[in-house]
Design a protein around this ligand. Structure first.
Ligand code: KG4
Ligand code: ZN
Length: 337
């Protein structure tokens, strides 16, 4: 089965073709980061318009790269949410238009499920069940993953997401938007031991996170020490964030008794986090998996892949049925949009 994936939830237009036999055939991405940078954040209306401009040229590119024609696509997966409504509508309407023209099905994908399953695009890939650390610009969650669509939330941030804290701290340090990668590069030149930043909720005895206080501590330091200390502040901030993320992952593994950890989402590209988790994995004898580096941040490949997984699961259920002897009427959802 060949699935076209379309991601347009925020500021990246991503298109990809995934083949359940041959793997990822092609993916192409346009990042709007430069366009939004002068505003210090994503401007939703500009994002939607830019998705419209990029989506068809990117579609042509992935088809050419994969040597596939439109008629050879079996299904179209698109990011249905969460994200910016106008931006999501671009991907959804293109998917729907193509599907109607080609007589093929669409499948709406939850953006975070795309991130969550993206490590399965790596080689070697993790087997189910595993613990997943989802660290993106909007989310920080620990999940137990038993299969496609079988997700149990173990803990999450009570305030800012990890990526958001990286971005806000980077902004304080004058590193622009989105500053996560730039902060991480600056941190490599700094002394992580000069300033001891707080490790919020490190000893909270649960799997929740908090990053707002860490960002405020960085702000206090910037005011006191000035930007001459930027590299050391960046290093101190990153060390604190990585400490908390790693500690909670270890607790989640212990609590679930699982031996596989998967890291997904933009902050999963962070070198310091990866090397810390690799070291812990070696020492504590568990396996850690990441998506390919290029697929940590938003992309179409993870959407095409999640779509393919959902459709193949659904096919394998064809012909099987269940009944619900006890069925609460109030749990019914409206017919799918
Ligand atoms: O998953 P993603 O592309 O978008 C969301 O779904 O939110 O994640 C983007 C986030 C941004 O906050 C960005 O600063 C952060 O991931 N990020 C990083 C790094 N690369 C991206 N944070 C720390 N270190 C990095 N190397
Ligand atoms: Zn994302």
């Amino acid at each position: 089965m060949r699935v076209l994936g379309i991601e347009s939830s925020c500021d990246e237009t991503g298109l990809a073709l995934y083949d359940t036999e041959a793997g990822l055939l092609a993916h192409a991405l346009h990042s709007q980061v430069a366009m939004h940078a002068e505003y210090g954040g994503v401007v939703p209306e500009l994002a939607s318009r830019d998705h419209i401009r990029r989506v068809l040229p990117l579609l042509k590119r992935v088809l050419a790269e994969a040597g596939v024609e439109l008629k050879d696509i079996d299904a179209i997966a698109y990011t249905q949410g969460p994200g910016l409504a106008g931006a999501l509508l671009v991907g959804a309407s293109i998917a729907s238009g193509l599907a109607q023209a080609l007589g093929k099905p669409t499948v709406g994908i939850h953006h975070l499920e795309g991130h969550l399953l993206s490590p399965l695009l790596s080689d070697p890939k993790p087997a189910f069940p595993f613990v997943a650390l989802l660290v993106s610009g909007g989310h920080t969650q620990l999940m137990r993953v038993d299969g496609v669509g079988r997700y149990e939330l173990l803990g999450e941030t009570v305030d800012d997401a990890a990526g958001e804290a990286f971005d806000k701290t980077a902004q304080l340090l004058g590193l622009g938007y989105p500053g996560g990668p730039a902060l991480s590069r600056l941190a490599e030149q700094g002394d992580a031991y000069r300033f001891k930043l707080p490790r919020p909720m490190l000893n909270s005895h649960n799997l929740d996170f908090s990053f707002a206080g860490l960002k405020t501590a960085a702000l206090t330091l910037v005011r006191k020490e000035g930007l001459d200390a930027a590299a050391d502040i960046a290093a101190g901030f990153q060390a604190a964030a990585v400490d908390v993320l790693a500690a909670k992952c270890l607790t989640a593994l212990k609590q679930t008794g699982l031996k596989r950890l998967v890291v997904a989402g933009g902050v999963g590209a962070n070198r310091s986090l990866r090397s810390r988790l690799d070291a812990e994995a070696e020492q504590k004898r568990f396996a850690v998996f990441y998506p390919p580096l290029a697929l940590c941040t938003d992309n179409g490949a993870m959407i095409a892949f999640a779509g393919a997984m959902r459709l193949t699961e659904a096919q394998s259920r064809d012909g099987r049925f269940t009944v619900k002897p006890r069925w609460d009427l109030s749990t019914l959802a409206a017919p799918a949009a």
